[in-house]
Write a protein that binds this ligand. Structure first.
Ligand SMILES: *Cc1c(COP(=O)(O)O)cnc(C)c1O
Length: 392
């Protein structure tokens, strides 16, 4: 099909909930993509941080097809090997105790919120279900995770929202103490606010917030849906913050392109979910779990060190270009935010870059780069050249 044919079908039959760019991607290899007309693009998006090993990775493909040929799905009523192995790999590499699998980031956060509320209910009974989240956060699109998201623009249309969320300002302990109360059971944060603009939390704030949680007998919940699975140069970002959260949610990059996610708990809250208290039909699906096992095996120390190196290179190069419309860069590993200066808008810049062959994302008022973690030097340099040509 031609681009126009695909677009017309899509516009007629798909609900208009996305502002799409005028490109139909057909296939990919590594961090390079081709559209249906054969035009080449460098991918600084990885499908919003999902294709962590790049497109068409041979090892990933083998892991997925091997499992698909054996058993595609069987439900949570039975044991499967990829499921148990994926859980083991996650726990042994993070110091967490156990895992509940789901299929997406919002669902992982929903499970993490349920975990915190039941944990508190089991100890204290009703009336202690409030979760404090941060302003400018993003936690998902379900009614509850929208309520957890600390941005007013997400709190519209879908009334009534789930009760029991209060918002504190990031990197501001006074603000956190201000919204504290006897009804609180947990604090939930992204260590780098992704959708909000790639805004890292200060180490000191994170340590103090975790201390406050311990002191008040709250859980410290970390949403690593975007920062997790190698994205920031460690398997999870919390490992660079010197803390051990009570629960960690993950999704996006975990299965290298298949829908998968979940929440890990430490020993404090590992026994909260009992039979019948939480579940999902697809969660832990064998194909996605086999993909996750492969992704986790590939992310050894050398792989993660390269993520850090490539990220540092990319940010240094973007700053060196000193493009008139772009300001400072932020981020860790291959999660990069770029400031867009006054007089330009991120959406316009992204559209121009995409037109010229570089796929990028927006975040908050800035641009965001989340390339596949396997991006090569050559691909990064091609992307930087397009950036220079287009915005120079
Ligand atoms: C993307 C994202 C989510 C939502 O994940 P979905 O898979 O889209 O439901 C939640 N939290 C963070 C930090 C995210 O980046």
């Amino acid at each position: 099909m031609t681009f126009e044919e695909i677009k017309n079908l899509d516009e007629q039959y798909v609900m208009h909930s996305y502002g799409r760019f005028p490109v139909a991607i057909d296939r990919g290899e590594g961090a390079t993509l081709w559209d249906v007309d054969g035009k080449e693009y460098i991918d600084f998006t990885a499908g919003i941080g999902v294709a962590s090993l790049g497109h068409g990775d041979q090892g990933w493909l083998e892991a997925v097809t091997r499992q698909a040929a054996k058993l595609a799905h069987i439900s949570n009523l039975f044991y499967t090997e990829p499921y148990a192995k994926a859980a083991e790999k996650l726990c042994t590499r993070t110091g967490m105790s156990n895992v509940m699998f789901g299929n997406s980031g919002a669902e992982a956060n929903e499970a993490m919120i349920k975990l915190a509320r039941k944990w508190s209910f089991d100890r204290y009974g009703k009336g202690r279900g409030t979760v404090i989240t941060l302003r400018n956060s993003f936690h998902g699109r379900t009614i509850t995770t929208l309520a957890a998201t600390g941005q007013d623009k997400f709190h519209d249309y879908f009334f009534p929202f789930t009760e029991g969320f209060r918002y504190a300002s990031a990197n501001d302990m006074d603000s956190l103490e201000e919204v504290a109360g006897h009804d609180v059971c947990a604090v939930m944060v992204e260590l780098i606010q992704g959708e909000g603009g790639v805004l890292p939390l200060d180490r000191e704030f994170v340590e103090k917030a975790a201390d406050l949680c311990a002191k008040r007998d709250w859980l410290f919940l970390v949403d690593e849906v975007q920062t997790g699975v190698g994205r920031t140069g460690s398997l999870f970002a919390f490992q660079q913050y010197g803390i051990q959260p009570d629960a960690v949610s993950f999704a996006k990059g975990i299965a290298g392109g298949l829908p998968f996610g979940g929440v890990m708990a430490n020993e404090r809250c590992q026994d909260v979910f009992t039979p019948g208290t939480h579940g999902t039909t697809f969660g832990g699906n064998p194909i996605a779990a086999a993909a996750a096992c492969h992704v986790l095996d590939r992310m050894d120390g050398a792989f993660l060190a390269q993520v850090t190196e490539k990220g540092d290179y990319l940010r240094a190069q973007v700053e060196e270009l000193a493009l008139p419309c772009l300001g400072k860069t932020r981020g860790m590993g291959l999660m990069t935010g770029v400031e867009v200066k006054e007089g330009w808008t991120n959406r316009d810049l992204a559209a121009k870059l995409i037109k010229n062959g570089l796929l990028v994302l927006t975040a908050g008022p800035g641009l965001r780069f989340l390339p596949p973690l396997t991006i090569t030097q050559e691909e990064m340099d091609k992307g930087l050249a397009i950036l220079k040509e287009t915005l120079g």
